[in-house]
Write a protein that binds this ligand. Sequence first.
Ligand SMILES: Cc1cc2nc3c(=O)[nH]c(=O)nc-3n(C[C@H](O)[C@H](O)[C@H](O)COP(=O)(O)OP(=O)(O)OC[C@H]3O[C@@H](n4cnc5c(N)ncnc54)[C@H](O)[C@@H]3O)c2cc1C
Length: 500
Amino acid sequence: MANDLLSLSTNEFIVGLEAVARRFDSAIYPQQNLPADDWTSLTRAGVLLPTLPKEYGGRDSHSEMCQVVETLSEWNLPLGMYVTVISAVALRPIVLWAGEEAKREVLPLYAGDDPMICGFASTEPGCGSAMSGMSTTFEDVEGGYRIRGRKHWQAFSLSAHWWLVSAKNDEHGRREYGYFIVKRSEGFRTLQPYEPLGLKVIDYGLNEIDAVVPRHRRIAAEGRTLRPMAEMLMASRAMMAAMGCGFLRRIRREAHAYADRRKIGPGPMSGIRFVRYRLAAIDASHTVCAALNHYLRTVLDMRDDMIGAFPAVQAIKTVATERMLSAAHHYQQLTGGEGYRCGSPTNISAQAFLDARVYTIFDGTNDLLSQQLTEYCLARTDGRALSRFLAEWPLTASAVITHRLDLGFLDQDLRQEHLVLAGRAIAYVFAIGQVMRWAAETGTDAGTAWTAIEFLKADIAGVATEFGLLSTGVLGVGDEPAPSKTGVLPSRSIPVAAEV
Ligand SMILES: Cc1cc2nc3c(=O)[nH]c(=O)nc-3n(C[C@H](O)[C@H](O)[C@H](O)COP(=O)(O)OP(=O)(O)OC[C@H]3O[C@@H](n4cnc5c(N)ncnc54)[C@H](O)[C@@H]3O)c2cc1C
């Protein structure tokens, strides 16, 4: 069946997928783990094919990977995540860095109609943000590697057939990290299922691994630092733009329709000016995600090493997910008490909010990613003030110059709390530049772009206000002294200048 899909044009392929995706409309689709039969109908529609190279039966298309996820997310956001984890997180590193023997063993399984699932196991009960604290180990044994440890919160904990697992080895007096393709039956078992608040189509849990895998199933990756893991997460972080774009197209449509339908007093709710302000905020969030999605589709390529796109991807992930969450929040507020009902027949806002909630947390918590974005920039200022650097940096210069952004508040010794906030501001500046670029390249009307940019400028002003708030001493006295700018040591997972 999937073979028939290989000859379709992109347009025909996506139209076919759209018809299947509608059947999973979150207004009617049950809040439950996706049954295998339903996953089969999606694999038959070819949702994994764009990720796979042609020689393994795939369509090998970056743009289609994005369009599949955007389309699914419009109808059912958790399904967009479902496909993102399997394609962009788990299968992509295998396509890019596994040896031929491992690829031949695994990839064809995902090109057919079978409801095959592959997960990515990195987070552990003891560490999520600082993965250098991982306790899962690998050791050389006869016939391959033995991997032992516990992982938790893995998507598809109970259902994945194959895993990509990260582990460490401290045996030879120096730390080495490794990434292994593990078959569930080789020793991956779920000790305890977790019940998430949202994303109900995906199963989660606490997992134990004690597996011996053959040598050819180790992924070729530098082992001294966690940079390969940062790279492996870049595609899913970038994919947040596609998910946000599809999801917010839906939320925007639903919120406007609800506000027009609902009578408050003699007129429709949408006649209330503050309601219109909330709707404008939702529209602006959609515009921002559409612009970031345009960048994802036209500049990035998930079929290649993405380490050079590190700062853009950090910005995309943090801004897109914040936008998803804030728009879901506005929508839920607009639906009043009906928005607090599970399964309300009038709106999908309660579940939309619960589904969107985790996006700022997982795949690298936004606070950490913001800090890393600032550290990345500080490591490249070459003695310039940070605001000056941003006025000259290709990712932010056009926005700073065109909109005369005053980023002078960033030019001070930055403590950890400032690094996080500064990273948010840098990401908003990047987003302004992308809205400008998207508007110019797609011919979108100037008013739509202008509104989104005004919201982003207000976000930057909000960060400046938070800098002022911190300067009042709200964190209390007795803190450690602020580091000097030259003394900021970026995390070892942040790419160094030579890698970009
Ligand atoms: C629904 C869901 C799906 C997931 N899917 C997977 C998966 O498929 N595979 C997988 O391996 N993992 C998965 N995870 C794990 C996820 O990636 C981690 O939860 C996430 O990276 C955060 O790690 P943690 O939970 O250990 O939080 P912690 O590391 O304990 O961080 C908690 C909080 O501390 C604060 N914090 C941390 N560092 C900083 C900083 N530098 N600056 C400011 N504040 C900071 C932030 O507020 C942060 O949210 C999933 C998690 C969830 C909830």
